[in-house]
Design a protein around this ligand. Structure first.
Ligand code: F6R
Length: 223
């Protein structure tokens, strides 16, 4: 990502939240601080945002990005984009996000994590290849897994706006990060299994430029 920014200062980055990319963001902050890597002309689009949390909620993805990256680098906040989950018409807001994505010229580098069920963004099993930015229900396993960030399971939002599979596949380059044994089955299915809605990350097989960055436990079920 640092190379993408250094070689193309006005690049468009697609960003993910969650535990997995934390070290990526802290390294990007270090490169800004110590090497002068500038984000001044960079545009960003986050993959997703929860519906139903108050503006500024500590578990909102906007808040996550502010604290992990945006507040520590010279990024121009109006160039940082999230689906507008506070709009009166969230369906229209989703369509507007998709429009903003294409108006930006498209994502140069999309960073992804992966759910234990193979979700990318909040594209849960059952998502179609043609899906665009839209309102989605979170899978029970996603709610369970994200309870660790909230005081109780009841507080985890049940819905989100997420970029779709087609939106993600339009990125010029995709980098998916996965760590830990809990991701091993989803990773193996995504790389070596059939392309199927049961494992939405498997749709990445139809993209020409995808890099999976895995630790050994996450790679353990690959042949
Ligand atoms: C986050 C996102 C999700 C996460 C995935 C893995 O913006 O879109 O798909 O990447 O749930 O989350 P962690 O990294 O917390 O295991």
């Amino acid at each position: 990502m640092a190379e993408a920014v250094a070689s193309h200062p006005s690049c468009v980055l697609g960003l993910a939240t969650g535990s997995t990319p934390l070290q990526v963001y802290s390294e990007l902050c270090r490169r800004h601080r110590e090497d002068g890597l500038s984000f001044g002309d960079v545009t960003t689009f986050n993959l997703d945002e929860y519906l139903g949390l108050k503006v500024g909620h500590p578990q909102s993805y906007r808040h996550f990005m502010q604290t992990q990256l945006f507040d520590q680098v010279d990024i121009d906040i109006p160039r940082t984009h999230f689906p507008d989950v506070h709009a009166d018409d969230v369906q229209q807001a989703s369509e507007h996000y998709e429009h903003q994505l294409s108006e930006s010229g498209g994502i140069d580098l999309q960073l992804l994590g992966i759910g234990t069920n193979g979700h990318i963004g909040f594209n849960e099993p059952g998502t179609t290849l043609e899906s665009l930015t839209r309102v989605v229900d979170l899978a029970p396993s996603t709610i369970r897994s994200n309870t660790r960030f909230f005081e109780s399971a009841e507080q985890v939002p049940r819905q989100a706006i997420t970029m779709g599979i087609a939106s993600i596949l339009r990125a010029k380059k995709v980098v998916l990060l996965a760590t830990g044994a809990a991701k091993a089955a989803a990773v193996a299915g995504a790389i070596q299994g059939p392309i199927t809605a049961d494992n939405p990350a498997s749709y990445l097989q139809s993209h020409a430029d995808v890099l999976f960055v895995l630790d050994e436990p996450a790679a353990a079920q690959l042949d």
